[in-house]
Design a protein. Structure first.
Length: 364
């Protein structure tokens, strides 16, 4: 599962990527600085993992990760191949979610591809190009389905109905994710289209240092514009965050954050939000050899969670021993939680909760 960072050229995508991944993607003051997508595997900040490390004192600790992709900037006409349009759109299609960076700061020293700062216009530019590409895909599929629908095929007629609804929505400027379609119909008729505007989205308002805590007028505009999408908006002073990551010591970084009025780096907030955007959650294994955070899709069953460790664990799954994170911390160890009756023995139908501390029994 991976999230792609998108936006117009020169809005801070590569600087943000560097901030998140500590990979040094080239960032410079001219459009199309990024051509090939950069990929970074980012640790997911989690205070629960730190607490388990403190209690168990393992030999090693392994956090959960999320894959972040820095994708080339898009310009008007990308859906028709302008700029790096075809490459850009192809790279987005390969991601599972979108982190959309919007420039929300003024600076005479950093050029804007359209000559002025306007995050709503920038958002619409991206949206329109993605919607046009989706419209192209939907119309191609509709041509095929219409022929089957004319023969009286009930399934084709239903699919035609959904595709026409999507076509109408896209033509009116509505992204697929915001069109009112039931979950069942989405699974049956929409998912296979792999629409770019059906991917979940998170908006990052790139602000100046003074606006890092409370935002600014640009951020207010963005929040109002995206309200119908029910999408999260994160405010981040990307340039300042990049400066913080360059500081040598943890103490220096914390002092810098305190001076800004922040409790933690905005990048940490963004990484956790991206993890959630990808519909991911964490369970833990905790032993003296290793304390580890494992990533599973929200709604995964115990055997599926076991399969993340090794496919044999899922095939030969017998049962899972589960302690809720809060109980593990309260009693201080697996043994004490077991003595207190807080260890549950769960079967194949158990749905994993975020934060479960788990141990699997299997036979192959």
């Amino acid at each position: 599962m991976k999230a792609g960072i998108v936006g117009l050229p020169n809005v801070g995508k590569s600087t943000l990527f560097n901030c998140l991944s500590n990979a040094k993607a080239q960032s410079a003051n001219f459009p199309f600085c990024t051509i090939e997508p950069n990929v970074g595997v980012v640790n997911v900040p989690d205070v629960r993992l730190e607490k388990l490390e403190e209690l168990v004192e393992p030999e090693r600790v392994i956090p959960a990760t999320v894959e972040i992709v820095d994708i080339a900037g898009l310009v008007k006409g990308a859906s028709k191949g302008e700029g790096l349009g075809n490459q850009f759109l192809g790279n987005i299609r390969e991601t599972d979610a979108i982190i959309h960076v919007l420039r929300c700061f003024d600076s005479e020293n950093i050029v804007h591809v359209d000559g002025s700062v306007d995050p709503i216009r920038d958002k619409e530019t991206i949206d329109i190009e993605l919607q046009l590409k989706d419209l192209e895909s939907v119309e191609k599929k509709l041509d095929k389905v219409k022929r089957a629908a004319k023969t009286g095929n009930k399934e084709a007629q239903k699919e035609q109905e959904i595709l026409l609804q999507i076509k109408e929505g896209l033509e009116s400027g509505t992204s697929v994710r915001a069109i009112d379609i039931s979950n069942d119909d989405r699974q049956a008729y929409v998912k296979s289209l792999q629409c770019l505007t059906d991917k979940p989205v998170l908006y990052v308002c790139n602000v100046d240092e003074a606006s890092a805590v409370n935002g600014n007028a640009y951020v207010d505009q963005v929040k109002k514009a995206v309200a119908p999408e029910n999408a999260e908006v994160i405010v981040l002073a990307v340039g300042t965050e990049a400066d913080i990551t360059e500081l040598d010591s943890y103490e220096e970084r914390q002092l810098f954050l305190q001076d800004m009025g922040l409790q933690e780096p905005g990048a940490s907030v963004l990484i956790r939000a991206a993890y959630k955007l990808l519909n991911q959650q964490t369970y833990f294994t905790a032993g003296v050899k290793e304390v580890r955070a494992w990533t599973v899709t929200i709604g995964a069953t115990a055997p599926q969670a076991a399969g993340v460790i090794h496919t044999d664990f899922e095939k030969g799954f017998i049962r899972a021993e589960v302690i809720q994170y809060e109980d593990f911390v309260h009693y201080g160890s697996e043994a004490k939680a077991r003595e207190a009756g807080k260890l549950g023995v769960e079967g194949k139908n158990y749905v994993v909760n975020d934060g479960d501390v788990m141990h699997f029994l299997f036979n192959v």
